[in-house]
Design a binder for this molecule. Structure first.
Ligand code: SAM
Length: 261
């Protein structure tokens, strides 16, 4: 009898069980407490967006968080700068989670918000942050590959742990990055985060595919859409909870004005 586990079959984005994604199991593993690495990421993103908008008057703008899943901090990072934030999400379970959170977000997200308050624009809306979140966020069920139909629509964007954590195909990884960036208007600031060296991950009882990327591949995927993005490698912290990856990569940049057909 052969007791060896069969190798996992390759999985494209459309093959994974997204509707069975358990947001509560995902939060328990990743966001139950604020990890040092998330605090570091939030501080970088806060400063990147702050640098952009403190110098400019054209705000509030439209923002998008692509593949929002069960993570509210990308939307919180965009909150002072936006009149509307679209949380685009494929999984019906995550859409339901996001709709509940929009009305009254869980107290667990407060520690993430605290990191943002160091910038006066966030501090200014601190008292009203919950009402502001409810009024600004719009949860949209949908597939990021369909963003090709809405080029240059949003003026700020985030995409966290999606392009490399949705498929084991590098072609789909590059395509997801392209779809995200094409949806942003010229000059729009963006932040995108990636797991480095991930080979897949469990959420509750389900297994989800990932593709192994490094800083060079992230750079390569961003290059047509952004001149000189900052691509930062954040070390794997000791309390990191997702097995099978080597750390995190954060990309910060601005959408260029090149038109892509
Ligand atoms: C690893 S989770 C990341 C969630 C969240 N952004 C975060 O920072 O933790 C990947 C997310 O991408 C979503 N997703 C997968 N394929 C998608 C697609 N084609 N379009 C939109 N969202 C997708 C999943 O449902 C899931 O919420």
């Amino acid at each position: 009898m052969d007791l060896e586990a069969p190798p996992r079959a390759p999985k494209l984005n459309a093959d994974a069980p997204w509707d069975a994604f358990d947001p509560h199991a995902y939060i328990d593993r990743n966001y139950r407490e604020l990890l040092d690495v998330d605090a570091e990421i939030i501080a970088y993103v806060r400063d990147h967006f702050g640098d952009h908008f403190h110098k400019r008057f054209e705000r509030p703008v439209l923002g998008i968080d692509v593949g929002a899943g069960a993570n509210l901090y990308p939307a919180l990072c965009m909150l002072p700068w936006c009149k509307e934030i679209t949380q685009l999400e494929l999984s019906s379970a995550n859409v339901e989670y996001l709709r509940d959170q929009r009305v009254n977000f869980g107290t667990g997200w407060e520690s993430f918000w605290q990191v943002l308050r160091k910038d006066p624009a966030y501090e200014e809306i601190h008292e009203n942050r919950r009402a502001r979140f409810t009024d600004t966020v719009r949860v949209e069920p949908g597939n990021l590959f369909d963003l090709v139909r809405r080029p240059a629509h949003w003026a700020i964007g985030t995409m966290f742990f999606v392009a490399e954590s949705m498929s084991d195909s590098h072609a789909e990884f590059r395509s997801a990055v392209a779809c995200f960036l094409r949806a942003l208007a010229p000059g729009a600031p963006f932040a995108a985060a990636f797991m480095a060296g991930s080979t897949g991950y469990d959420v509750g009882d389900e297994y989800y595919p990932a593709c192994d990327v490094d800083e060079a591949q992230v750079h390569e995927a961003l290059r047509p859409f952004s001149e000189n993005p900052r691509v930062l490698r954040l070390d794997k912290p000791t309390d990191m909870v997702r097995p099978g990856h080597e750390g995190m990569i954060l990309a910060l940049g601005h959408r260029n004005s090149t038109v892509h057909f």
